[in-house]
Write a protein that binds this ligand. Structure first.
Ligand SMILES: [Zn+2]
Length: 291
């Protein structure tokens, strides 16, 4: 089973050992604190399993985790702080639980089942309210020394740039998040900006162009550091915008990429798993790889 636990939504998929999705369940929730969150996860798993045997659970959480993935350091929207969440769910359900950050799990989902299938090193950037990310090497998440690798939205593009919620300045998220796109397009949200851009609205087109250029500059830096063969652009905003976002990204990557004389640029692809990427990736983490 794979569970993607967001601040207000929980999406669960049941997959067979060869990766076929057997069941998917979706619900909203108001769970806060360890007791409620464990109750919620257990209920979601049992409901989605129906009468099938559950052998393991991959749990993707909108949270910062310790490097060893035993503990939720902090999950603001779930009211969790220093909680050994995997252990707590194992104690309830009696099966092994693997914990992962939701952005990383989505990157694994795309690498195993979606747009980055067959890649050696893939990077996913998700454009939603913020900008999330994840790095997957040979099917495995790059967790980092402190567990925070993949916070790609907080790569700084300009140390004199606007202050970011993370304490940094000029983070990619300040230029390319759904909030930033809406603000620069003069719309109430990024979906409206995408709709306006499709009607040819100049401010909305320019907002998506600027976001794409920022993402492309970030990808160019990541390419020098990590040499991805595939970069997946996901999240609700990207799904709606499609080429309006991908074209400026590709252009910016070509313009500023280093090492362009020795390696090909990464392929930039739109995500293929949609909102299920996180749950699929979480499930994939507890399924042995065949290839
Ligand atoms: Zn930041």
């Amino acid at each position: 089973m794979g569970v993607d636990l967001g601040g207000t939504k929980v999406l669960t998929v049941a997959i067979t050992p060869d990766g076929a999705v057997q069941q998917r369940c979706y619900d909203t929730h108001h769970a806060r604190g360890e007791v409620e969150v464990v109750d919620l996860v257990a209920a979601a798993v049992l409901q989605c399993a129906a009468d099938q045997e559950v052998t393991a659970v991959g749990l993707a959480v909108a949270a910062w985790l310790t490097a060893d993935r035993s503990t939720v350091t902090i999950a603001v929207n779930l009211g969790l702080c220093d909680v050994r969440l995997g252990e707590a769910v194992t104690a309830r359900l009696g099966v092994p639980v693997i914990l992962e950050n939701d952005g990383n799990a989505a990157a694994v989902g795309e690498a195993r089942f979606g747009a980055a299938r067959g890649s050696r090193l893939s990077i996913m950037l998700s454009v939603g309210t913020g900008v999330g990310g994840g790095v997957v090497i040979d099917g495995r998440v790059l967790a980092g020394g402190h567990g925070l690798a993949g916070e790609l939205g907080h790569m700084s593009l300009d140390d004199q740039g606007p202050a970011c919620v993370c304490g940094g300045r000029g983070c990619l998220e300040c230029y390319a998040s759904g909030l930033a796109i809406a603000r620069s397009a003069g719309t109430t949200n990024a979906q409206d900006a995408v709709a306006a851009a499709r009607q040819g609205d100049p401010a909305a087109l320019s907002a998506l162009e600027s976001a794409g250029i920022a993402l492309g500059r970030g990808i160019a830096q990541l390419s020098a550091a990590l040499d991805p063969d595939v970069v997946v652009i996901g999240g609700g905003v990207a799904a709606g915008a499609g080429d309006l976002l991908l074209q400026p990204i590709r252009r910016a990557v070509r313009n500023v990429r280093s090492l362009s004389t020795v390696v090909d640029p990464p392929e930039i692809r739109l995500a293929a798993c949609g909102p299920e990427a996180g749950a699929l990736g979480a499930a994939a983490m507890v399924v042995p790889r065949r290839s």
